[in-house]
Design a protein around this ligand. Sequence first.
Ligand code: 4AD
Ligand code: MG
Length: 436
Amino acid sequence: MAEQEWVKMKEVFKGNYTDKKIKTRGWIYRTRSSGNIVFTVLRDSSDVLQATIKKGNLPDKEFEDAKKALVESSVELEGEVKEDKRAPGGYELKVTKFDVINFAEVFPITKDQSPEFLLDQRHLWIRSQKLSAILKIRSTVVGAIHKFFRENGYYEFDAPVLQPNQCEGGSTLFEVKYYDNKTYLSQSWQLYAEAGIFALEKIYNMGPTFRAEKSKTSRHLSEFWMAEMEAAWMKLDEITEVAKDEIKFILKEVVENNKRELEILGRDASMLEKISKAKFPTITYTEALKILEEKEGMDVEWGKDLRTIEENNLMNHFDTPVVVTNYPLEIMAFYKPKDPKDSKTALCFDMIAPEGYGEIVGGSERSTDLDDMKKRLEDMGEKIENYEWYFDLRRFGSVPHSGYGVGVERVVAWICGTDNIKDAIPFPRTVLRYTP
Ligand code: 4AD
Ligand code: MG
């Protein structure tokens, strides 16, 4: 049967099917029976709908099946849509045909189970209303990122996932046996993007990214999706504005397309909409320390990276994401250049989200100083010859260029208001988990 003959549950709530006969299909979300009546709540990918199955309204065999069918059984139904104030959403289906496609076994997930158990059952738990809502928002976020860059003249450009070099420091590399050699899973698309801009000038990408993060935090995954951009000729002050526009665009798309999902998650859409129209401030690292000292009484030594606690306390003073530039050069990756106007700092930035979601974007101008990069890599114990191809990019028509990466799950977690970044990806990978 053609797809359009099956009515999606959310369509019922628009009122176009009232007192009409429809066919719908999905899974049993909740069910209880008493005597000659079964009350079932069905779900499909669009919503949940209450159905009542009364003996006599359908063949006896089908009524018995309805009584027997457990939660998560898959079903195809026919029935009449009725308005009913008592039903969730104000509508219910009076069932006249109940075909069970698969009688489910006893579903392992019931109420009040531990987060670890739910992660073990992730393949089943993604069916929950909460996770479905997050996954729909994630889909909007990913779509928005593609749309944003394509509408602004960027080409999509792909890099290898298996890479011989580090980009963000050797300590978080995942090593992979590569025939008789070894290689690493991508920590970033960036170094290859820096080659790509000489052909395409403005490029972007979104792909799986790997970091062996040994600490357990609510912000770190071992495998996550990073959305990166790189552009020839652009300077720090330009890419920070691109990053702000991108995040605002993502928020607008979610607010426009996911009202229902935000409601399910208890997330205030008007707050997100307000942020999508607000100005995001830009401050320097040094100014951030000053805010921490003056307004939070925190004495952070100049030169230390901002930890979670510092980021969170800083964000007590902002309702929108904030761009922090000019972190201390010493603690930055080898490719981040010195700021000629403030040589202890780098031409780099992080964007920090409100409400304790931390760094959602990281980026910088890229160094064009070969000697400096070589020295910094050597100091980290890197084999310089592995980077010769990258150094070539500074030898053949080098231009100023910049880029940044957005942590897709960090953004999704913030927009959805989840407690843990693990819920922002279908199958999380962390230091303690690589199953299912
Ligand atoms: O700040 P990061 O490490 O920047 C880079 O990798 C640059 N090479 C990007 C670039 O300039 N093209 O990572 C970028 C963002 C962070 O701001 C954070 O949002 C996210 O990626 N991120 C993580 N998200 C989840 N789990 C992790 N372990 C993450 N590490 C970074
Ligand atoms: Mg960073």
